[in-house]
Design a protein around this ligand. Structure first.
Ligand code: HEC
Ligand code: HEC
Ligand code: HEC
Length: 457
């Protein structure tokens, strides 16, 4: 063998030997990217119109804004100096690199379920697959006393936070375990759908039993036939999470639309099926709110007789629900609320959005519309066209004609939800605010206990 050839074969050998190692690295980064998508990190860590993962999204809370931070690998403003251990501590224990507690607006309570290997893959992705953004730091969170005491969150964490990673249930098949792992962990369904106790811990006995998020209501998604989604098939649940229309169920809106658009619809078909299998298997929680399933209300009908040939009142606030429907909605949802089959316009009867006892989601959709990425037809918001009184008349007309007639819309509710900041743009903020208050209560109780004990001695 001549020298050149030898050198060549040595080179080929090293390249070949090196190739699998390099590919494995890449595969690790790609795996991390997928897991970060399942965790929906981008939704909170990107400001509107801002650079991906550079933080600065203001999570408005009644106590002041909490800003998400820059989690790009920037060494000056991001997490470029985080070690794997520090990154793990953030996700598993809600601890920042400097040891301070993160506010639970960051859903570490769910992310803690993630395995060390998966956290390591995400770390590889954040360090190598995310573009570093060195711009000036996002605004700093500065909440008033007692919410600014990050240290007091240690009390709450010690009482309620379970930092142990998910342990597979040997009595269940791998598919179920995969679904449980994702739903309880990165996809954090329970953060929104599980009701909380007075001290803001998730109520394990009513897991996924439906929770009031302040502005939005995350419905009961246990297998209960009327209160929950017992009437949904596994395929319907998968289609819903993929952002596809599901006849009779209504599209995801608000925080759920964000979860679908940024995260769930990008998951593999197998993973979505696994989540559906797991969710469908959960014990039914009856919250007593419904005697029939949310999707079973209403029928095709109109109130055109009350509209035809009748002059509109001079005071637009005196318009009836039927008149408002005729003027603003019928062009798309059709005269009898039937929508268009396959045309992307949902029917309003047999539609879960009008079936729940809690009417917040309906009011939110009427005011702010539904924002969907890449949808052909969108539901516009009517906050600028209709007054509180009009939205109230319209909402109650829709509920009695097409939905759950025992649900009600009130003017006060509409006024509250009209301001999206006051209504809360998602669960985390209100959860945070309430955890803040719970922490405040704990601190006060601890103080009283301490004073009482001091008096005794
Ligand atoms: C619901 C919103 C939300 C989601 C989803 C979210 N985060 Fe966060 N995250 C926050 C907020 C808000 C903070 C800042 C909290 C504070 O200041 O206490 C934060 C802080 C962090 C920090 C600490 C950074 C620092 O400044 O030192 C890390 C690391 C982090 N998040 C990683 C992630 C990863 C990885 C994901 C996805 C798996 C994720 N986050 C998803 C809201 C979120
Ligand atoms: C950020 C909060 C949030 C997260 C995370 C979240 N959801 Fe939701 N979900 C909601 C809200 C709010 C609604 C109501 C949306 C609407 O009416 O359009 C909803 C609606 C639903 C519905 C429709 C229920 C009905 O009766 O109409 C299903 C099913 C659902 N979610 C499943 C899930 C699953 C499964 C996960 C986890 C993989 C999940 N959600 C994660 C907030 C959330
Ligand atoms: C320009 C057409 C258009 C107009 C006008 C319109 N809608 Fe919609 N509406 C839609 C589309 C499209 C959707 C489904 C959005 C999606 O899938 O993301 C929708 C969804 C809805 C939903 C949610 C249903 C569900 O299944 O969750 C309700 C409720 C609703 N519309 C009521 C109304 C009312 C009441 C009016 C009148 C004030 C109205 N819409 C006006 C197009 C329209």
């Amino acid at each position: 063998m001549n020298k050149t050839l030898m050198k060549f074969s040595w080179l080929a050998a090293t390249v070949l030997a090196a190739a699998p190692a390099f590919a494995a690295d890449n595969a690790e980064v790609e795996r991390g990217r997928y897991l970060a998508t399942a965790g929906d990190c981008v939704a909170c860590h990107t400001a509107p119109g801002g650079k991906s993962m550079a933080g600065g999204l203001a999570l408005a809370s009644p106590l002041g804004s909490i800003y998400s931070t820059n989690i790009t690998p920037s060494k000056t403003h991001g997490i470029g100096n985080y070690t794997l251990q520090q990154f793990t501590d953030a996700l598993r224990h809600g601890k920042r690199a400097d040891g301070a507690n993160l506010y639970p607006a960051m859903p570490y309570t769910a992310y803690a379920k993630t395995t060390d290997e998966d956290i390591a893959a995400m770390y590889a992705y954040f360090m190598q697959g995310v573009q570093a953004v060195d711009d000036a730091p996002a605004k700093q969170t500065d909440l008033p006393f007692p919410f600014n005491i990050r240290a007091s969150l240690s009390v709450w964490n010690a009482m309620f936070h379970d930092a142990t990673p998910y342990k597979a249930d040997a009595s269940q098949p791998p598919e179920w375990n995969r679904g449980a792992y994702l739903a309880q962990g990165l996809a954090h369904c329970t953060t929104c759908h599980t009701p909380r106790t007075a001290l803001m811990a998730e109520d394990a006995k009513r897991s996924l039993g439906g929770a009031d998020l302040g502005g939005w209501y995350a419905p009961n998604i246990t297998s209960h036939a009327s209160s929950g989604i017992g009437s949904w098939t596994e395929e319907e649940l998968v289609a819903y999470m993929s952002g596809k229309p599901v006849p009779g169920k209504g599209p995801a809106a608000g925080p759920m639309a964000e979860a679908v658009d940024h995260s769930l619809k990008h998951l593999s078909a197998e993973d979505l099926k696994a989540i559906a299998v797991y969710v469908k298997s959960l014990p039914a929680v009856d919250d007593g709110s419904l005697k029939q399933s949310a999707a079973s209300f209403g029928k095709q009908t109109d109130a055109l007789d009350s509209v035809r040939g009748v002059d509109l009142p001079k005071d637009y606030n005196a318009m009836t629900g039927a008149q408002i429907y005729d003027g603003y909605c019928a062009a798309c949802h059709q005269a009898q609320g039937q929508g268009t089959e396959g045309g992307g316009l949902p029917s309003l009867f047999n539609n879960t959005s009008l079936g729940h006892a809690n009417s917040n989601n309906l009011v939110q959709v009427l005011l702010h519309g539904i924002e969907r990425h890449g949808a052909d037809s969108v539901m516009p918001g009517f906050a600028h066209e209709l007054t509180d009184k009009q939205i109230t008349s319209l909402g109650n007309y829709l509920l009695t004609s097409y939905g759950n007639p025992s649900a009600k819309v009130t003017e006060q509710q509409v006024a509250q939800l009209r301001d999206p900041a006051a209504a809360g743009s998602g669960s985390s903020l209100l959860t945070l605010a309430r955890i803040g208050m719970a922490v405040g209560v704990i601190v006060v109780l601890a103080l009283i206990a301490w004073l009482v004990r001091r008096r005794k001695s």
